[in-house]
Design a protein around this ligand. Structure first.
Ligand code: BGC
Length: 438
């Protein structure tokens, strides 16, 4: 593969850091959501992988595995405890130490500014449904760019806005646990405006930086060839794959394929069409599976349902997601079709399986095969001349998998959550050897 191809591993602050109230950190919506017992077996991220204290050891492990690029996110409420106003110097100091540790180990830090952990104080003011969040977010981005921009070249403004708006503001299964279109549609619009504005702030302050943002992308197929299923699949595709990228590229929301999106216009202010547009240097695609869709009269707004992978007699991960490697190729192809996208990185791909530790070893052949088979599809895309410039495994260590708690294990490295002991799994050893060239 091309020597400039970026190989990496991805993580997110709330899923690994712990230190939820350490050194002046404010509460995030995930601290509050988990404290209510909203996740699997009341799990929470108060300690998680204790990455806040163990970052040196974990960066050393990344180094041992020959992984040259490390993607992590910043906790907004660690840096600005109330989301707006005073900056917490200890939060800044922590990320300075982490960035410096990466650089000292020859590892390139890739920063995600927002991986879902909104400061709780901002949620009290309406969170993503309040338009003022565009300004709050722009200020947070400015603080981070000024603090870390001298050493960090790669930036991602957001992680999967479809998931934090959909699961957090429509379905209520992620923090802050809100439901319904009345929360979802303004949250979508403000996330789009904030994403574009965040891109502008970064580029203005750090013109040399590579600035991107990341999207979830699942390959969508209709269950049958019937026109109803085909149209249902188009609606789901508009919702899951096109809703956030198309306004950035200047096409507006995909209303023609999903008419309910016309209701977003109610939240428009003059000049928004232009403010929604921003040309990112790269787009991060995060793919895990495909979805099969069928028409449904009873499902509001989309008139479509996903056919549960468990009912399709297909290989599954511990998340109940189908293992379908060609999906990653299809997503690379789909995003290549947009003229406005010139660079693509796969910023997440990976799988949860029920690992077992035997004699101190985790031989996770399923995860290894999953990654290898997805990489074959990435290579196929590249060989066909499609743009794809990097691949990041999700994730470094087993961690807090949001509403599923610690049940699903996605790591290249096993974590014993009683002792915090790390054990590199067979998949991690393989990835390390592969990247080390032996
Ligand atoms: C998210 C991660 C998550 C992973 C597996 C992605 O949607 O960015 O935070 O852990 O998928 O569910």
């Amino acid at each position: 593969m091309d020597p400039d191809f970026k190989w990496g591993v991805s993580t997110a602050a709330y899923q690994i850091e712990g230190g939820h109230d350490a050194h002046g950190k404010g509460l995030s919506i995930w601290d509050v959501f988990t404290a209510k017992g909203s996740c699997h077996e009341r799990h929470h991220g108060n300690t998680a992988c204790d990455f806040y204290n163990r970052y040196k050891d974990d960066v050393a492990l990344i180094n041992e595995l020959n992984i040259p690029n490390f993607r992590f996110s910043l906790s907004w409420s660690r840096i600005i405890p109330n989301g707006i106003g005073e900056v917490n110097p200890e939060g800044i100091a922590y990320y300075n130490r982490l960035i410096d540790e990466c650089l000292a180990n020859g590892i390139e830090p890739w920063i995600t500014l927002y991986h879902w952990d909104l400061p709780h104080e901002l949620e009290l003011k309406g969170g993503w449904a309040n338009r003022e969040i565009v300004d709050w977010f722009a200020e947070y981005v400015r603080v981070c760019a000024e603090a870390f921009g001298d050493r960090v070249k790669y930036w991602m403004v957001m992680n999967e806005p479809m998931v934090f708006t959909g699961a957090g503001y429509f379905m209520g299964i992620h923090a802050p646990g809100r439901r319904g279109l009345g929360n979802f549609l303004p949250a979508v619009h403000h996330a789009v405006l904030a994403m574009a504005e965040g891109g502008r702030v970064l580029k203005a302050l750090l013109p040399e930086a590579e600035v991107g943002t990341t999207f979830s992308g699942s390959y969508i197929q209709p269950k049958t060839d019937s026109p109803k299923d085909i149209i249902a699949a188009q609606r789901v595709d508009a919702l899951l794959n096109r809703l956030f990228i198309e306004p950035l590229l200047g096409f507006g929301y995909p209303e023609a394929d999903l008419p309910v999106l016309k209701k977003i216009r109610k939240h428009f202010k003059e000049g928004d069409e232009a403010k929604m547009v921003f040309t990112f240097d790269f787009i991060g695609i995060q793919n895990y599976t495909r979805e099969v869709v069928k028409h449904s009269v009873i499902t509001p707004y989309v008139n479509a349902v996903l056919v549960d992978a468990k009912k399709r007699q297909v290989p599954l991960t511990a998340m109940g997601w189908e293992v379908y490697p060609p999906a990653i190729y299809q997503m690379i192809k789909k995003f290549n079709e947009y003229d406005g996208i010139t660079k693509i990185y796969i910023t997440e791909n990976g799988a949860a399986f029920p690992d077992t530790m035997v004699d101190g070893k985790v031989i996770d052949t399923e995860r290894m095969a999953y990654i290898q088979n997805h990489l074959k599809q990435v290579k196929k895309a590249k060989d066909e001349g499609l743009e794809v410039s990097g691949y990041f495994v999700w994730t470094l260590t087993d961690n807090f998998e949001w509403n599923e708690g610690y049940r699903p294990k996605f790591g290249l490295i096993h974590v014993d959550f009683e002792t915090q002991q790390r054990t590199v799994k067979a998949s991690g050893k393989w990835y390390g050897k592969f990247l080390g060239g032996d």
